[in-house]
Write a protein that binds this ligand. Structure first.
Ligand SMILES: *[C@@H]1O[C@H](CO)[C@@H](O)[C@H](O)[C@H]1NC(C)=O
Length: 380
């Protein structure tokens, strides 16, 4: 059963990121990280090097089996979501790893395959995202899997490893039935906004990836209407116009990814009214079609301010702001929350970052369509 280049028709994309599964980010899952024996380390790479390969493999395999599994897929489905975005590190394709100098957990692919089988059986749309690139696309960020002192991704031999990764994903989507609901693959998550790196990415890596993915599809006999969507950060990300180097390429299966976190923004100012009016009025488009592939309920100013989640009216206010963001992003092709699941952050259960936790706290309703019935943006 080949993958189909489809998008859910009846609804917008409504999904969650499976953050922390194949790339652990310790900040959002402290208990889990400590239980893996990794508490002294800042990233996956550091923990694997520290524990040694055999012990690390055992710790990560337990993590992959339990952090997000079949039970979660059923819950994701039951709360009205139709999409998962799966952040991946290049090392899950184990033959890309330089064994003498790179330290990564082994055995992840079997868990990815079974996860995608369950998601396919549940009818979820699957986006596979190269979230952590060879050499690291950003310095000192756990989301790249390593604390790299410099961003080493932006050179030909690293691009070549990423291109092989894209061909591998393409082949899986079209030939392995467990991956039949993979409809999109993302070329790179959150690249640098620096001008030099942007040039080689937009005019080198992106067009090469398009050509290699389409050539592989042609060689597999994939008909044009079954092609995968190819997802790139949209222009709002600040790393240039993703279409710049794609002239002459048929872009009918392009998808664009916008990440919008007010947590990291100074505009609007950090107060409830400003957040509501921002979310009700701002435009996340630019490239079409765009999905807001990462966003959350985290705010710039947290404890002690009017955003404090311990305030008596926190649940009702955050529900309204969640709804305002949903309305905004559904003016585009839809949204994918960051993330499905978190555990302790700063000593409390931080439901602003976890869809499952926000649902259990009563912040997010069982059917996201309800966002359209609250009237949160009328009069704004
Ligand atoms: C998924 O992991 C949880 C622990 O987080 C566990 O309780 C549950 O049984 C697992 N589900 C499956 C289907 O393995």
């Amino acid at each position: 059963m080949p993958a189909r280049a489809w998008l859910p028709k009846e609804n917008p994309i409504r999904g969650v990121n499976l953050g922390g599964l194949f790339i652990v980010e310790p900040w959002m899952m402290g208990d889990e990280w400590r239980s893996m024996g990794c508490g002294d380390y800042a990233s996956e790479f550091d923990c694997v090097r520290g524990l040694g390969q055999t012990a690390a493999n055992a710790a990560f395999q337990k993590h992959w089996a339990t952090w997000i599994n079949q039970t979660d897929i059923a819950q994701i489905k039951s709360v009205g979501l139709n999409t998962i975005r799966v952040p991946l590190g290049y090392w899950i394709k184990e033959d890309l790893v330089y064994r003498d100098s790179e330290f990564w957990p082994q055995g992840g692919f079997a868990f990815l395959e079974s996860l995608c089988r369950h998601a396919t059986e549940a009818g979820l749309y699957i986006i596979l995202d190269l979230h952590a690139a060879p050499g690291a696309q950003k310095a000192w960020e756990a989301f790249t899997g390593q604390m790299a002192p410099t961003p080493g991704f932006y050179q030909d031999y690293q691009y070549e490893r990423a291109l092989q990764f894209m061909e591998w994903l393409t082949n899986l989507a079209h030939t392995n039935p467990n991956f039949a609901n993979v409809g999109a693959i993302q070329l790179i998550n959150e690249p640098l906004q620096n001008r030099d790196t942007v040039q080689s990415m937009l005019n080198g890596y992106y067009p090469n990836a398009w050509k290699r993915i389409r050539a592989l599809e042609d060689s597999l006999g994939v008909i044009p209407s079954n092609r995968l969507h190819i997802m790139m950060m949209n222009g709002l990300w600040g790393s240039g116009d993703p279409n710049e180097g794609l002239k002459g390429i048929d872009l009918s299966f392009a998808l664009y990814d916008d990440h919008h976190y007010l947590k990291w923004s100074t505009d609007p100012p950090a107060n409830r009214n400003a957040y509501m009016s921002h979310s009700c009025t701002n435009d996340r488009g630019g490239n079409f079609p765009t999905i807001v592939g990462e966003w959350s309920l985290a705010t710039a100013d947290e404890d002690g301010s009017e955003f404090d989640i311990k305030k008596a009216d926190a649940v009702s206010w955050y529900r309204r702001w969640w709804a305002a963001q949903v309305l905004s992003y559904e003016k585009q092709r839809g949204w994918i929350f960051w993330t499905w699941k978190v555990n302790w952050i700063n000593g409390h259960l931080e439901w602003r970052w976890g869809y499952q936790q926000a649902y259990l706290a009563g912040v997010i309703p069982k059917n996201p369509q309800e966002a359209h019935t609250y009237g949160v943006c009328s009069g704004v």
